[in-house]
Design a protein. Sequence first.
Length: 84
Amino acid sequence: MPKTVLFRCPAPTDRLCPCGRAARSLKQAGVEFETRRVPVRKSRRPEILELTGQKRVPVLVYGDDVVHDSKRIVEFVEREFGTR
């Protein structure tokens, strides 16, 4: 399985923001993933800008696939892994 990385905001739980929605979908599907928290300030997110052309999170990197927006990430997870 390709390396899976979720770039997300620094919110402490999976219930407060769209990043948490993406994390919950990965956990429900049983996908092992690395979490990388990004700074609150969008100006300090050059890696996100390089990956997506924007500065918003969440961003999921699955091998060569890069998916941004929590709704798209949830759809991608359901399509690739199903829900368990």
